[in-house]
Design a protein around this ligand. Structure first.
Ligand code: H2B
Length: 97
């Protein structure tokens, strides 16, 4: 999987308003009602990561989930990261089309 250009990444990000690109990765931060809802979303995301064999750099503080996606093998952002970002969006923003 080859690394996408900065221009390709910025173009794709138009479809991902919750995400920003810097430091060779795409980053999103999500707020939940409480820790339980946050950790529940993290568990669901973890199953998607295993299914896609692609894994986030992430951290959690109480009800906040902070996620960075990059493809370590490619030293940058690839389509795998956008596929995982979409799966994450589907979990954390289920009401949005
Ligand atoms: N996740 C991410 N984010 N980047 C990778 O390069 C990566 C991964 N590599 N998950 C995968 C697993 C690789 O280690 C296995 C062997 O396919």
């Amino acid at each position: 999987m080859s690394k996408l250009s900065d221009q390709d990444i910025e173009k794709k990000l138009l479809q991902f308003p919750d995400w920003d690109y810097y430091d060779n990765a795409i980053h999103g931060e999500f707020e939940f009602e409480n820790f339980k809802d946050c950790f529940s979303a993290m568990s669901r995301i973890a199953f998607e990561c295993e299914a896609l064999n692609h894994h986030p750099d992430w951290s959690n503080t109480y009800n906040i989930l902070t996620i960075s996606l990059s493809t370590h093998d490619a030293n940058g952002v690839t389509n795998k990261d956008f596929k995982l970002a979409q799966a994450i969006e589907d979990i954390v923003e289920p009401d949005e089309e």
